[in-house]
Design a protein around this ligand. Structure first.
Ligand code: GLN
Length: 210
C-alpha cells in the first residue's frame, strides 16, 4: 500500500461529539508504524470515494444524522468499499445510520444496512455518562463517554463490540456496539481511538492486510 487513505465522512454533520479526532489518531499511529497516510474529508455535497482504506463516521443529533444518511444513500459507495475489504468505524449516530433501521424525530428510518442492528427510540432517560468496557474480539479494555437516546438491538449476523461494566452501551447496560466483518460500531466517544490507541493500530492492521 503506497498510502493509507482515511476517509472522514461528513465532519460538518457528524462532528458534534469530537469523533473527528479518530482520523488524527489513525494518521498519528500510522506514522508511528511507518505507514504513510492521508485524511480525506468528504462533505455532504461530495460523493464518497470507493478507494478508501478506513472510513469514519461520528456522532450527531437527529437532524444532522438524517442529512448524513440522505447523502450516503445517493450511491452504494460505502457498501462497495467494505465489500472490497475496507474498514469502517462508526460511532453513535454513525453506528445507528449503518444499521437496518433507527428512530429519529419520531419516525422509523431505513439505515444503510451495513450492520445487522436495529435502534429503537429511547422512551426513558437519555444514556449519558462514562463507559467502561472490554472488547473480547479485540482483546482491549475500553473507556469513553456516551450521550444518546437510541437503544440498539443486535441481529444474528453481528457480535457485540464490547461488554460493558459501567454505563449503558447499547442501552441494556451489558453490551456496547456491534461488529460484522470489518464494520465496527460503538456508542463510545472520547474519541475512542484517542482513549485506546491500540484499537487504532488494530484497525490499521486490518486495513493494510488486504
Ligand atoms: N441522535 C442519536 C441519539 O440520540 C445519536 C446521538 C449521538 O451521536 N451522540 O440516539
Amino acid at each position: 500500500m503506497s498510502q493509507l487513505r482515511i476517509i472522514r465522512i461528513h465532519n460538518e454533520l457528524l462532528g458534534t461529539y469530537g469523533d473527528q479526532g479518530n482520523a488524527e489518531v489513525l494518521a498519528f499511529r500510522a506514522k508511528h508504524l511507518g505507514i504513510d497516510s492521508t485524511i480525506i474529508d468528504i462533505s455532504y455535497d461530495q460523493l464518497i470515494p470507493r478507494n478508501g482504506d478506513i472510513y469514519l463516521l461520528g456522532g450527531a443529533e437527529n437532524a444532522a444524522q438524517l442529512l448524513s444518511l440522505e447523502a450516503m444513500k445517493r450511491d452504494n459507495a460505502l457498501k462497495d468499499a467494505i465489500s472490497d475489504g475496507a474498514v469502517l468505524l462508526a460511532v453513535c449516530a454513525g453506528f445507528q445510520i449503518i444499521g437496518n433501521t433507527f428512530w429519529a424525530n419520531e419516525k422509523k428510518v431505513d439505515g444503510l444496512g451495513l450492520l445487522d442492528i436495529e435502534t429503537n427510540a429511547g422512551q426513558t432517560e437519555r444514556c449519558v455518562g462514562d463507559v467502561v468496557a472490554h472488547s473480547s474480539i479485540f482483546n482491549l479494555d475500553l473507556i469513553g463517554f456516551e450521550n444518546h437516546a437510541g437503544r440498539t438491538v443486535l441481529g444474528s449476523s453481528t457480535k457485540p463490540f464490547a461488554t460493558v461494566s459501567s454505563g449503558y452501551g447499547n442501552g441494556d447496560g451489558k453490551t456496547d456496539g456491534a461488529v460484522q466483518g470489518n464494520v465496527i460500531g460503538t456508542y463510545m466517544h472520547g474519541p475512542i481511538l484517542a482513549r485506546t490507541p491500540a484499537l487504532a493500530d488494530l484497525l490499521i492492521a486490518r486495513a493494510t492486510a488486504q
